[in-house]
Design a protein around this ligand. Structure first.
Ligand code: MG
Length: 254
């Protein structure tokens, strides 16, 4: 079931999204060689709690093995759901995605950024840039009367035009009172296909893009996905609301 949000619900989601935006403002200056992903996570967690919100990801998942941190921090070939650790230290030449969810007043915001640490090869820099561009290409299609496939195909076409891979088995999603709601929002698809978009739909669009093959596999910790070929992957995400006019991103400062 697709939950169309009221103005009051959207206002709450804007509040949650502002907390997520504040997390990125706090962690961006830390993304340098020498810091551990555990420390980055603690900073993020503190910003969320200080704002009166709760971290959406901490404790998410199966009761016997819930996700253990406020953020997912994924390095290089790790695509998503990397587990922060004090023994994981950022180094020059890495790309590092930080994925953050915050819940405020019963509603979630969900977003991710990929940071370049020091110097990376031009093609890896391009990967990170194209991943963010793909989000905006997809967002342009998020208008009432369009279809989900219009967003998905715009993301796919932009990434493939640059020769990058679009991951199939991981998708964006509806977001609201639940962190993950219907529908799934794939990063590949066909123009004119799929669910018709309506004002009040709140979605997280999150291109996950690879330098090489788009095939990924679960790692031994049962959370983190990695590229099968070991080449880097990039991730960029925002929560947004479809309106009668242009879509509004909720996880950035306006
Ligand atoms: Mg998400």
């Amino acid at each position: 079931m697709i939950r169309i949000k009221s103005d009051d619900e959207i206002a709450r989601m804007k509040g949650a999204g502002a907390v997520v935006a504040a997390v990125f403002e706090a962690v961006a200056p830390l993304m340098k060689p020498g810091i551990s992903t555990g420390e980055i996570n603690r900073t993020a967690h503190r910003v969320i709690v200080d704002a009166g919100a709760t971290p959406s990801f901490l404790g998410y998942g199966p009761a016997e093995a819930p996700f253990p941190a406020a953020t997912c921090i994924s390095i290089d070939a790790e695509v998503v759901h990397g587990i922060p650790s004090d023994s994981r230290i950022l180094e020059d030449g890495m790309i590092v995605s930080v994925d953050v969810g915050a819940c405020l007043d019963g509603y979630h915001g969900d977003a991710a950024r990929t940071y370049i640490i020091g110097d990376v090869p031009p093609r890896v820099k391009e990967l990170v840039e194209v991943t963010e561009e793909a989000f905006w290409k997809g967002l342009e299609q998020a208008l009432p009367g369009k279809r989900l496939g219009d967003i998905s195909s715009a993301v796919q076409e932009h990434c493939e035009a640059h020769g990058f891979g679009i991951i199939r088995v991981l998708t964006g999603h509806g977001v609201g009172a639940e962190l993950h709601e219907s529908p799934n929002l794939p990063n590949y698809g066909r123009r004119g296909r799929g669910l018709r978009l309506e004002a009040g739909m709140t979605l997280a669009l999150e291109p996950m893009v690879t330098l090489g093959s788009f095939n990924v596999a679960m790692t031994a910790n049962n959370w983190t996905f990695e590229t099968v070929d070991g080449l880097p992957a990039s991730h960029y995400e925002n929560t947004f609301v479809i309106t009668d006019d242009k879509p509004v991103v909720l996880t950035m400062r306006s």
